[in-house]
Write a protein that binds this ligand. Structure first.
Ligand SMILES: *Cc1c(COP(=O)(O)O)cnc(C)c1O
Length: 413
């Protein structure tokens, strides 16, 4: 397939940056009223073309495939910008509330109330978790402490590393420490890795008001709202991009880890009702089957849908509105483990770096890009265009951040 050489012709189709910067996301009624604490820049994260990956048709029967990236890794001024800041925007009002509602550990929903705003954020992740860094950075800006629990047993990145000692000190671990978070490295099999409640109790006993944020913030009751709002932001940006063909992004490729990024997007696109977009959630770990992720994504999407205006508004209920057909979960590129880089995925990181000067992260976005490149070569996207008589298919790749983990992968790349 021929490559599309013309960066300037693609760039010229985009509205001027100043136009993108000024835009404000308009949310419908009940959604607009939900409290949100701004963490991201006030302008949308940028969307730009990826000309070297886009494909020009070789014959009149083939569509042109236009590929764009949405840079969630450029979405916020805080350390290591990535998708978790967007979720946290809707959680901060509860953190700062004089009567927090969702501060408890998910296994202990009846835990005692906090008698005031949180004093310390507590969260968890794999050793090279990006989420924990975003929580630690947020804590700093809110004037709170942070306790970060990192589990040696989560995923295979540590096990696959040639230099395990460095893996548990570099990359995101180093940044967590630099941000002033207390970091506790949990050994494999430590019961706290699956239930941190004893730590929260200890903190309460010592006079702190701990606020628990589950891994990836997905199990948090408000965790899906950020990406529901992102769906409206994408719809708004589509209008300024003058996209060919359907005028929309027909396919959206995004990582699916803990699941509320995909879940939130589904809820937001459903409420937006501006037409169908095929969301492809790319899984990155073989540990759990696709059905496990499907159940989670569906439950996060429905929960967010109920919060943003489906239930009780003469609309279909959240249950009726969102079904599994609304998303495809791609599990062919999970590789041998969460956080483990295989040869093919490493090659995709090199291609992205050397053709577009874009650095992917080794855990999520590299696998997403690999899946997307595979789909572009497959017939399905061509068939989609043929059925609709489209000369152009538009694809959006969401870059969710995570590059700081690369430091721990120096032995692989
Ligand atoms: C957490 C994370 C994801 C996955 O998002 P979920 O909402 O957990 O599915 C994707 N990419 C990066 C870089 C992340 O840090």
């Amino acid at each position: 397939m021929a490559q599309n050489p013309s960066l300037s012709s693609q760039l010229s189709r985009i509205s001027r940056p100043s136009e993108q910067l000024r835009s404000i996301v308009h949310l419908p009624g009940p959604f607009a009223e939900l409290p949100r604490h701004p963490i991201l820049y006030s302008h949308p994260s940028p969307i730009h073309p990826l000309p070297s990956l886009s494909v020009t048709p070789q014959s009149p029967n083939h569509p042109r495939i236009n590929i764009y990236a949405k840079r969630e890794d450029h979405g916020a001024p805080l350390a290591c910008a990535g998708n978790k800041y967007r979720k946290l925007e809707y959680i901060v009002p509860d953190i700062l509330s004089s009567t927090p509602t969702y501060h408890y550990h998910e296994h202990h929903p009846t835990t005692q109330k906090l008698d005031g705003p949180a004093t310390i954020l507590v969260t968890e992740g794999a050793i090279q978790s990006n989420h924990t860094v975003q929580v630690a950075a947020l804590a700093r800006t809110l004037g709170l402490k942070a306790l970060v629990l990192l589990s040696r047993g989560t995923g295979g990145g540590l096990r696959a590393s040639q230099d395990r000692d460095s893996f548990v000190r570099s990359g995101n671990v180093q940044i967590n420490r630099l941000l002033g978070a207390e970091v506790r490295i949990l050994n494999e099999g430590d019961p706290v890795a699956s239930d941190a409640n004893p730590i929260l109790e200890e903190l309460r006993a010592s006079g702190e008001r701990p606020y628990w944020i589950p891994g990836g913030a997905s199990l948090h009751a408000l965790g899906g709202l950020g990406y529901a709002r992102a769906a409206f932001e994408i719809e708004m940006q589509e209008c300024g991009l003058n996209l060919e063909g359907s005028g929309r992004f027909d396919y959206i490729f995004v990582a699916c880890g803990s699941g509320s990024t995909v879940g939130g997007l589904l809820a937001g696109f459903k409420l937006g009702e501006t037409g169908t977009r095929q969301v492809i959630g790319v899984l990155n770990s073989p540990t759990k089957p696709r059905s496990y992720h499907a159940d989670r994504v569906l439950s996060f999407a429905r929960r967010a849908a109920a919060q943003i205006g489906f239930d009780g508004n003469e609309r279909p209920t959240a249950e009726q509105a969102i079904a599994m057909d609304d998303v495809r979960l791609e599990d062919r590129f999970v590789g041998t483990g969460y956080g483990v880089l295989d040869v093919e995925t490493t090659e995709v990181m090199r291609i992205m770096a050397q053709s577009e000067s874009i650095i992917l992260d080794p855990v999520y976005t590299a696998k997403v890009a690999r899946a997307m490149m595979h789909w572009v070569r497959e017939d399905e996207i061509q068939e989609f265009a043929r059925q609709r008589g489209l000369q152009d298919v538009n694809i959006l790749f969401i870059h969710t951040g995570g590059q700081a983990a690369l430091g721990a992968y120096a032995d692989v790349i």
